[in-house]
Design a protein around this ligand. Structure first.
Ligand SMILES: Cc1cc2nc3c(=O)[nH]c(=O)nc-3n(C[C@H](O)[C@H](O)[C@H](O)COP(=O)(O)OP(=O)(O)OC[C@H]3O[C@@H](n4cnc5c(N)ncnc54)[C@H](O)[C@@H]3O)c2cc1C
Length: 382
């Protein structure tokens, strides 16, 4: 039987949830379809770092800051744990300090709020930082910590309760035409607009669009420690000097290529597995550690012990934890576009694909979805 919908959103990861939220806030009747009984893709496997500092200055940074505001609103209205902890990029080497100080000098002009901290100031903000060789750090107040496992589970319930979004979990969408959606179990829905947020699944819906999209897959390895001592908190998210190679905001620094070259010569194994190291702490006190990046044909289902060992080696250089024992190891796969910050396509009229936010889905999705629905709403009213 056909049940008419204004909007069908496929996929209950962070991108699908963000679209459902923005559409429902505008008064559309939304149904969210998710093939699993609970979403278990990239959105529950990440650090939970909302990381505006990593975006290049300008529109992308603005989108990240808009997302940040929505996360803070959700903390209030959906009762999510959202910790406005900020972040520190640590400098244990001269070239790391050079990049960070160069970025700091330009930061206010670029629209970032950052402070350069001396080694003592860093240590006063985080008991985790290794003081040996510490030269200082770049503090940014804008980063948030969320608990992805709890948030991705809670948000559909809240959307149902507060915004009348209907959630169809355990429903794999296998066919989409102009104005209709069909599931593997034979049910059909009519929908005025369909938004496909299927993450790293390129095979089920519109596989030919994905073939030509410029999207690739990236696999990351992650670890979580057991709970730290009662009351011990890491403070801000911590990132090592290796991270300066990873986020695009630092590309404005003339001192960055020398740092990249030093790391490539000194530790090629880190480039080989795309390793940079970061740490965040969830509400329960566990410290989340990562990460690595393996692309396309290098991806295999099994984790590499070598990668975990390298990450722990690098983490031990920058932080001390009361409890290093590892409670969980896992990997996650996301879709990333080769040149654009995300991928959008309209393979049929009013059928949209939105994916490929790479390592920034938790940071960007709410802002990306808002921009999309602002555009749709202004097209409809003009
Ligand atoms: C290890 C790791 C660490 C990361 N750390 C961070 C971080 O700290 N900060 C940050 O900003 N980003 C981070 N990211 C990136 C972020 O997690 C991703 O960008 C984001 O989760 C992608 O969301 P998504 O909704 O596109 O995909 P997913 O979360 O994978 O969701 C897609 C959903 O669609 C469903 N689906 C697919 N096809 C169908 C179908 N045909 N019918 C019904 N349902 C379907 C799937 O079951 C899935 O639940 C990290 C990613 C990983 C893997």
């Amino acid at each position: 039987m056909t049940q008419p919908l204004d909007v069908a959103v496929i996929g209950a990861g962070i991108v699908g949830l963000a679209h459902a939220f923005s559409a429902a806030e505008r008064g559309y009747r939304v149904t969210l379809f998710e093939r699993s009984e609970r979403a278990c893709g990239a959105s529950i496997r990440n650090f939970g770092m909302v990381w505006p500092i990593g975006q290049p200055a300008g529109e992308l940074h603005d989108i990240a800051m808009e997302s940040r505001v929505r996360w803070l609103r959700l903390a209030e209205s959906a009762g999510l744990w959202v910790n406005p902890c900020g972040s520190i990029h640590l400098a244990h080497r001269g070239d790391e300090s050079a990049v960070l100080q160069e970025f700091h000098e330009q930061s206010s002009q670029l629209g970032f709020e950052c402070d350069w901290l001396t080694a003592d100031e860093v240590l006063s903000r985080s008991p985790a930082v290794n003081p040996d060789g510490l030269l200082g750090g770049l503090f940014s107040p804008t980063e948030l910590c969320v608990d992805p496992r709890a948030a991705i589970r809670r948000l559909p319930q809240w959307l149902e309760q507060e915004h009348d979004v209907r959630c169809e979990f355990g429903t794999t969408i296998t066919s989409i035409g102009c104005g209709h959606v069909g599931s593997a179990d034979g049910r059909q829905w009519d929908a005025d607009r369909i938004v496909i947020c299927s993450g790293a699944d390129f095979e089920t819906l519109f596989p030919q669009v994905f073939l030509d999209s410029g999207l690739k897959l990236c696999k990351l390895q992650m670890m979580k420690t057991r709970s730290q001592d009662e009351g011990w908190r890491i403070g801000p998210h911590l990132a090592s000097g290796l991270t300066l190679r990873h986020y695009r905001n630092f590309e404005v620094c003339a001192s960055l290529p020398a740092l990249k070259q030093r790391i490539a010569e000194e530790s090629p194994e880190l480039d080989r597995f795309g390793i940079h190291v970061m740490a965040s702490q969830n509400e329960a006190g566990d410290v989340i550690l990562g990460d690595s990046h393996e692309y396309g044909g290098d991806i295999e289902p099994f984790n590499k012990a070598t990668i975990d060992d390298l990450m722990l080696r690098e983490l031990r250089k920058i932080i001390h934890l009361p409890n290093w024992s590892i409670a969980q190891r896992w990997n996650g796969i996301y879709a990333k576009h080769s040149s654009a910050p995300w991928f959008e396509a309209e393979p049929l009229p009013n059928v949209h694909i939105c994916t490929g936010l790479g390592g920034a889905g938790m940071t960007m999705s709410f802002g990306v979805a808002e921009r999309f629905w602002q555009r749709v709403s202004s097209d409809v009213s003009s």
